[in-house]
Design a protein around this ligand. Structure first.
Ligand code: NDP
Ligand code: HSE
Length: 436
């Protein structure tokens, strides 16, 4: 059978990895897909650089629309990124009857509903394994491997840049800025690194997993997003003393009244496997009612790890190319008519435990005034640690771990504690998950 022809839009970090791996492993991939998969046309703004990667045998153009318009092309891979031109090109490719593979989590988390509806109407596939956790096949695991389960919660380290930064800051005592530059040099960070460090990239990925797990539309605008830029070295150290590591987690959890969807720095017990995921590695824990806890670990970014997921999608599409659209795996796991409208919960309604660090006057009655406020708000304390003050020092750090509570209740207690004259600085609050 003739090779299936693929058009590649954007040959940067992931695009070049995709081209190289596809060429290097072409025989094995042909054996698995049932026919060859050939990148027949490439579009990139930098034509000379693109030609230096693909050589003379592949046509290179600077206008992506020429690739979409080519009737020989069956599958379009979008590896440009962002919501602008990428959105227009993906919709045009769908309208032209092409299947689409993309690694663009930002695009799908924000415009996924429109894109999947267009693909469904046209009977084409939009595949996006690389969009969440890079090389880890988490989309396939959620959409197919765990399909028997009622998913209860998912918690993941799904941004390599921030995990790399937190790991290097903790283990080598390096500054945030130095480590961020290294992450950019290694190709982990997004073009705009604020998406990584402010938690936006992780929230894009959590949004996509939430839709697949719970049969709801992608709703990035309802996600709670907090990054690592305000995290202080002191809290990493205190957490360690209490037996916890701080990780930027993407969490989505089913509750009786709705679905939690949140990204924030989180204390995790050091003895959990996921707490020991270091560097740019990603890991996702999925709790299903039948299977229990499962953990997926691997490289969440980088040229060839991400290409691994892009090519897995190409193989899937090649295998399904001629299948009846009604009988393909649904984009978000649930068939469009089986999606539900369970609400994403407001952050005030989220249930979680907390780490609090209060800089307080070192005098009698301070601890009791704080614990009284917590008790009055029905918040139960799990552990308390007070730093020993130095000779003559008039203030100290008080660290409190709480049991699970509702975020709105904690916000009220925080406001009351902050108003005490004996609380001398803004209270640091980091959420804590036992992931048991
Ligand atoms: P790069 O910036 O390395 O590559 C993007 C490429 O697209 C560049 O070569 C760029 O050219 C080209 N480009 C920009 N605009 C156009 C256009 N209008 N037409 C054709 N080409 C264009 O990005 P990445 O490879 O890192 O990322 C690609 C996608 O994969 C993004 O959605 C990203 O979020 C996602 N992703 C990336 C991962 C990674 O590890 N890097 C991991 C997982 C997902 P020029 O440089 O000349 O502007
Ligand atoms: N910037 C992303 C990360 C790339 O650091 O994980 C992979 O999506």
């Amino acid at each position: 059978m003739k090779a299936i022809k693929v058009g590649l839009l954007g040959i940067g970090t992931v695009g070049s990895g995709t081209f190289n791996v596809l060429r290097r492993n072409q025989e094995e991939i042909r054996g698995r897909a049932g026919r060859g998969i050939e990148i027949a046309m490439v579009a990139d703004l930098d034509v000379a650089r693109a030609k230096s990667i693909v050589g003379d045998s592949v046509e290179v153009v600077d206008d992506a629309r020429k690739v979409i318009a080519n009737p020989e092309i069956d599958i379009v891979i979008e590896l440009i990124g962002g919501y602008g031109v990428a959105k227009a090109l993906v919709l045009e490719a769908i309208a032209a009857g092409k299947h689409v593979v993309t690694a663009n989590k930002a695009l799908l988390a924000v415009h996924g509903t429109e894109i999947f509806a267009a693909a469904h109407a046209k009977g084409v596939i939009v595949a996006f394994e690389a969009a969440v956790a890079g090389g880890i096949p988490i989309i396939k695991a959620l959409r197919e491997g765990l399909t028997a389960n009622r998913i209860e919660w998912i918690a993941g380290i799904i941004n390599g840049t921030t995990n790399f930064i937190l790991s290097e800051m903790r283990s080598k005592g390096l500054d945030f800025g130095v480590v961020l530059k290294e992450a950019q040099r290694l190709g982990y960070a997004e073009a705009d690194p604020t998406f990584d460090i402010e938690g936006v990239d992780a929230a894009h990925k959590a949004t996509i997993m939430s839709a697949i797990a719970f049969g709801i539309p992608v709703q990035f605008d309802k996600a709670h997003v907090e990054g690592i830029t305000k995290l202080q070295a002191a809290d990493i150290k205190y957490a360690e003393q209490l037996g916890y590591r701080i990780k930027l987690l993407g969490i989505t959890r089913r509750r009786d009244n709705g679905i939690e969807l949140r990204v924030h720095p989180t204390l995790i017990p050091t003895n959990r496997l996921i707490a020991n995921v270091e560097g740019a590695m990603n890991a996702v824990v999925v709790q299903g009612d039948a299977v229990g806890t499962t953990l997926y670990y691997g490289k969440g970014a980088g040229s060839e790890p991400t290409a691994s997921a892009v090519i897995a999608d190409l193989v899937d599409i090649t295998r399904l190319h001629t299948a009846d659209p009604e009988h393909r795996v649904p984009h978000l796991a649930f068939r469009p008519d089986a999606m539900n409208d369970t609400p994403i919960l407001a952050m005030d309604e989220v249930q979680t435990a907390f780490y609090l660090r209060l800089c307080v006057a070192d005098q009698a009655g301070v601890l009791s005034s704080i614990t009284t406020i917590l008790a009055e708000n029905d918040i139960s304390i799990d552990a308390v640690l007070q730093r020993e003050s130095a000779e003559g020092e008039k203030q100290t750090d008080l660290i409190i771990l709480t049991h699970d509570t509702v975020e709105g209740r904690m916000n009220k207690a925080l406001a009351q504690m902050q108003a005490l004259t004996t609380v001398l600085a803004p209270i640091v609050r980091i959420r804590k998950e036992e992931l048991a």
